[in-house]
Ligand binder design. Structure first.
Ligand SMILES: Cc1cc2nc3c(=O)[nH]c(=O)nc-3n(C[C@H](O)[C@H](O)[C@H](O)COP(=O)(O)OP(=O)(O)OC[C@H]3O[C@@H](n4cnc5c(N)ncnc54)[C@H](O)[C@@H]3O)c2cc1C
Length: 332
């Protein structure tokens, strides 16, 4: 394999029923833009960054303090950086959120667990699955409630001109029993559990899981959690949050990165106005937060509901939050 390229994008988002066949329950265009944005974000990291931006890699922020006229970020290696504003975009376990909301920064845990792998598939292995959808889909077994996520992660040009693929395969389930529904510790045990949970799937989706090599050396396990955003004291507009640090949400509506991107765009609008001297920094950051907090609270709560409904066949309808329309906010 050699050349890496972004995957092509499907216009459809389908939810197969995994029990007897893979006939489509729901087939909507509504989520196409959501996942498009997710992949765009991932691939954008491969482009060279602008030279004039002073980016320091490998710095772990451990604490924040306001200083005369600005803010200071302290890093694990003993260094610090001063600035007029600190925007915490440090993900779901944000240290900046911990600083802003010391008594209220913890994630809200949900009774959903998942195990995911990325594994390679030959063109022949993946052909029947790609015939269902060239890029991604999610599915649910109506009896067992075991949820499947499938998406192309990468593709490779083979010497014979065919494409092979790295594929993301995720199984998730509702945790009803803390022992029997727990996540095993080793990769081997996790893959075994994925196969156990997929054993009643219809083909070709059953093989998608069963063909995962037993000796794969990497799995990702998650106990799902979210963070409904809430108002914080932004220290006169000197410290704020964007992306998952402000509003961690489950992935069952595919919205987290989209909201992060919109946060960034709207925040940049405010920063430009501050830079041009058109607006006071406090007013600008208050304005950004006044739009972002209600928009993303709604998204976090809908995504939470989607995480539960995604494991319940009876509740999974065209109106349910797993598949219902993601209308762009008026600010998008
Ligand atoms: C399986 C899955 C599928 C998803 N699918 C979609 C989808 O289809 N569409 C969609 O819109 N969203 C999707 N999401 C959600 C999306 O991935 C997240 O919302 C998005 O990545 C959040 O971006 P972020 O930059 O805010 O946080 P992150 O991507 O978590 O980035 C935070 C960064 O901060 C760094 N960091 C953390 N702590 C520190 C520290 N103390 N000091 C310095 N740096 C630190 C981390 O290393 C990381 O680089 C999915 C998520 C998952 C798990």
């Amino acid at each position: 394999m050699n050349e890496r390229r972004p995957p092509s994008f499907t216009r459809q988002f389908s939810v197969p029923q995994l029990r007897n066949s893979v006939s489509l329950l729901i087939d909507l265009p509504s989520a196409a833009h959501i996942n498009f944005a997710y992949y765009q974000a991932r691939f954008s990291t491969e482009f060279p960054l602008q030279n004039e931006i002073n980016i320091r890699e490998g710095k772990k922020l451990i604490s924040v303090a306001t200083i005369e006229g600005g803010v200071r970020a302290h890093f694990e290696d003993g260094t610090f950086a001063d600035g007029s504003i600190l925007i915490g975009a440090d993900g779901s376990n944000s240290n900046v959120r911990k600083y802003l909301l010391p008594d209220d920064y913890g994630l809200n845990t949900l009774p959903v667990s998942l195990i995911g792998v990325i594994r390679h598939f030959s063109p022949e292995q993946l052909a029947p699955v790609r015939a269902l959808d060239p890029l991604l889909f999610q599915g649910l077994h109506p009896k067992t409630g075991n949820f499947l996520w499938y998406s192309i992660h990468d593709w490779f040009e083979e010497p014979d001109g065919q494409r092979s693929f790295d594929v993301q395969v995720i199984i998730s389930w509702i945790v009803r029993n803390s022992v029997s529904d727990s996540i095993p510790k080793t990769h081997e045990e996790r893959i075994k559990l994925m196969k156990e949970r997929a054993k009643d799937y219809a083909e070709p989706l059953r093989s998608l899981v069963m063909d995962i090599p037993d000796d794969l050396t990497s799995t990702t396990a998650l106990k799902l959690a979210d963070y409904p955003p809430r108002k914080w004291n932004n220290r006169n507009g000197r410290v704020t949050l964007a992306g998952d640090s402000a509003h961690t949400m489950t992935m069952y509506r595919g919205e987290g990165a989209n909201h992060g991107i919109l946060d960034a765009a709207l925040l940049v609008d405010q920063l430009k106005m501050i830079h041009r001297g058109e607006i006071d920094q406090k007013v600008a950051i208050d304005t950004y937060e006044a739009e972002m907090l209600p928009r993303t609270l709604d998204a976090v709560l809908k995504s939470r509901e989607a995480a539960m409904v995604a494991h319940n066949w009876e509740a999974l309808t065209k109106e349910s939050p797993v598949v219902s329309a993601r209308l762009p906010p008026s600010t998008a």
